[in-house]
Design a binder for this molecule. Structure first.
Ligand SMILES: Cc1ncc(COP(=O)(O)O)c(C=O)c1O
Length: 482
């Protein structure tokens, strides 16, 4: 193991001081943070203190909490989550079907028929929307398809193209490609991908994006872009790109998987058309938890009454289900779809109460923390601290072994830094980090993503990561040479 450079000793002291003065320090206590022993164990039951020293002999106390910097992939479990799920299960056990409608005086949970509305109320401030513009429903890719089914109406002789980035998350790429085929079109004629002509890492400037939009403006129907790009961690300029697309009469859908709960969003004020997100990353809803979507109020109007002539002309086209129907007539069982105004009118099925209960438990913690603006303040400091350690406190030798590909401008990134390694080192680096109870994630071929989440990460976590990373790089260099 390499000795600790003096820069790291200073860094530890600075981190301790920053942690002590952190106004959000207490929210860490709201989370279950796995111990090193738990991370190392392949048993469900708690491995307990027996394995107190790491097998790999790294000298780290394995009963200590691990260094979890992976909120960009799966957020940690809030302690409230099992408690709230327990209350939901108790409601089901004791009240059966009555749980749908019967309010329980001593329960913090709404009756099930209202869980989606309650969740929308909690998510709305996180995305900067009116609560009627948000629906908590389905999952991210499904919601992208639903939004495209509502707002992508191609005309092969006019506007038919969809623009997306060349390195879009595969699910988004598949969604676009299959939407085109679903409409009898092909990617060759109707899919345009944006690639940066200047950046080898494909960090896209607004100029890169806008020049592609300009080139294809007359034939483009839709743009699908990420708020934060999953690989590079780049935060795009959502309001500027949206306004530019609107100038050309193009509808834009934003994939906010990596932006929601991470950076401040003002979807309504930015005049965003529509957006979708998942809730298992920075929102800490749990693996595969229910997602959400935003539809700007101007795109979800219901202007005719169900008794009017041709009521279906009074709302935007969409694929429908009974949960999107006007609540007042939802249970009347008449086969006459008439959506509730707003994003809720895009719902299909009655939502999983188990999922929503898990999500809203976590959203309680967001409210406790003072919402995204307070979290962003800490997040900017945490990520800048991590960056300063990577660039300043590591040995010059180790610094040559990786490159931060996330933009250095804090306005162009969220919590995550993506570190590009030389080919062939990823596997060893990940193994060595894990052996030191450090959890980050990898995106092949050569990137590790490191995301200090302000709800539960500390400045000391950043120092521990950088120390472990130095050792992991040394090991990977040795393994490669050998
Ligand atoms: C940017 C982005 N888009 C889409 C998805 C797919 O999400 P889901 O599996 O919830 O549909 C992910 C998943 O991580 C993602 O990161």
């Amino acid at each position: 193991m390499s000795s600790t450079p003096s820069g790291m000793v200073d860094a530890r002291q600075r981190a301790r001081a920053l942690d002590q003065s952190d106004a959000l320090a207490s929210t860490r206590g709201e989370f279950n943070i796995p111990t090193g022993a738990q991370i190392a164990s392949s048993r469900l039951s708690d491995p307990g203190p027996a394995s107190a020293e790491s097998e790999s002999g790294q000298g780290r106390d394995e009963t200590a909490e691990c260094v979890y910097l992976c909120g960009n992939s799966l957020g940690l479990q809030p302690k409230r989550t099992p408690a709230r799920i327990g209350q939901f299960l108790a409601t089901w056990a004791a009240h059966g079907v009555q749980g749908h409608f019967k309010p329980l005086n001593d329960s913090p949970l709404p009756s099930w028929v209202d869980v989606d509305a309650r969740a929308a109320e909690l998510v709305a401030p996180i995305v900067g929307a009116a609560k009627s513009e948000v629906a908590v429903m389905q999952t991210l890719t499904a919601n992208l398809h639903l939004l495209m089914s509502a707002f992508y109406h191609p005309d092969i002789n006019g506007r038919h193209k969809i623009i997306l980035e060349s390195r879009a998350f595969p699910s988004d790429h598949f969604a676009v490609e299959t939407q085109l085929r679903h409409h009898g079109l092909t990617p060759e004629t109707s899919m345009v991908t944006i690639q940066s002509p200047f950046s080898e890492d494909n960090v896209l400037s607004s100029y890169d994006i806008m020049s592609v939009i300009s080139t294809h403006a007359a034939s483009t129907a839709l743009i699908l872009l990420p708020g934060i790009q999953y690989y590079t961690g780049q935060l795009l300029d959502i309001p500027v790109i949206t306004a530019f697309a609107h100038k050309h009469g193009i509808f834009v859908i934003w994939d906010l998987a990596h932006a929601v709960g991470n950076v401040p969003l003002s979807l309504h004020d930015w005049d965003v058309d529509a957006a979708a997100w998942c809730s298992y990353k920075y929102l800490n809803g749990g693996p595969g938890c229910i997602g959400g979507l935003f539809v700007h109020e101007r795109n979800s109007l219901v202007t005719k009454a169900v008794t009017d002539d041709k009521p279906e002309e009074g709302y935007s086209n969409r694929l429908a289900g009974w949960w999107g129907n006007d609540k007042r007539t939802r249970f009347a069982m008449a086969n006459k779809f008439h959506p509730v105004g707003g994003a809720a009118g895009f719902q299909l099925s009655n939502p999983s109460v188990l999922d929503i209960t898990s999500l809203t438990a976590s959203l309680e913690v967001f409210a406790l923390a003072g919402g995204v603006p307070a979290l962003r303040k800490k997040s900017l400091a945490l990520t800048a601290f991590l960056e300063s350690l990577l660039l300043g406190a590591m040995s010059a030798d180790h610094r040559t072994l990786f490159r931060i590909i996330t933009p250095s401008d804090p306005e162009q990134r969220g919590a995550q830094l993506s570190l590009l390694l030389p080919p062939g080192m990823l596997e060893t680096v990940m193994k060595e980090l894990e052996a030191r109870s450090v959890i980050v994630d990898e995106r092949k071929p050569d990137v590790i993503r490191v995301a200090p989440a302000p709800l539960y990460n500390t400045f000391s976590d950043c120092v521990e990561f950088v120390e472990a990373f130095s050792t992991a790089l040394e090991a990977a260099k040795g393994a490669k040479a050998g």
